[in-house]
Write a protein that binds this ligand. Structure first.
Ligand SMILES: [Zn+2]
Length: 206
């Protein structure tokens, strides 16, 4: 009985160590990338045509410890927001791997809310997809000069953390649901072009 208790304690301790490593703060090498903001407070957007960049874009992202007092996290979230708001190359959403950080952080423009604000989401995943799908045209800040038709669920259920709340669950419909699916794909190392089997549906814009 006593041995069994020790075993349980050991297993719990091992689990605790593993789980606390999995959801961690930024590493020193991540902080190096984050601190490379330009004069406008933006980060360089990685491009799939660049071999080094594509390695990061095709990697799965890890979770992040959400702490609204953590200035590194605040700074990164702001830099990511400024990057998606670049007037020369604006987007409707962006995921952290697109600036070289493989962490589950995305910004999405909420066209389903009044005044279409940008909101930030941490540790986000899709827990339900509608069977109903729609074809729609997509582009990506990391795939220059292309647009393509992708089939996406018309409605999804997402689970995420915000700066203030843990484990929010929300239903999303329409174009905003498409943006969420596109950005969450980035966190799983998937680009929209990977979802286009018929390459004739991929159009060069320049
Ligand atoms: Zn994208």
């Amino acid at each position: 009985m006593k041995i069994a208790n020790y075993k349980t304690y050991f297993l719990l301790l091992t689990f605790y160590i593993f789980s606390s490593c999995a959801v961690n703060k930024f590493t020193p090498s991540e902080l190096q990338i984050i601190n490379k903001v330009n004069d406008n407070g933006r980060l360089r957007v990685l491009l799939v045509e660049n071999t080094q960049d594509s390695i990061i874009l095709y990697k799965k992202s890890n979770e992040i410890k959400v702490d609204n007092e953590n200035t590194d996290l605040q700074n990164f979230v702001q830099a990511l927001y400024k990057t998606v708001q670049d007037p020369e190359k604006p987007g409707v959403g962006i995921a952290a791997p697109q600036v070289g950080i493989n962490r589950s952080i995305i910004w999405v423009q909420r066209f389903d809310k009044e005044a279409a604000p940008f909101d930030v989401y941490f540790n986000i995943q899709i827990i339900k997809y509608s069977d109903e799908k729609n074809n729609g045209m997509e582009g990506c800040l990391s795939v220059d000069n292309y647009r393509g038709t992708v089939s996406r669920s018309t409605e999804i259920t997402i689970k995420y953390d915000t700066f203030d709340h843990k484990n929010q669950i929300e239903n999303i419909k329409g174009f905003t649901a498409v943006i969420f699916q596109h950005e969450i794909d980035h966190l799983n190392g998937i680009l929209y072009t990977d979802r286009i089997q018929d390459k004739a549906l991929l159009i060069k814009t320049q």
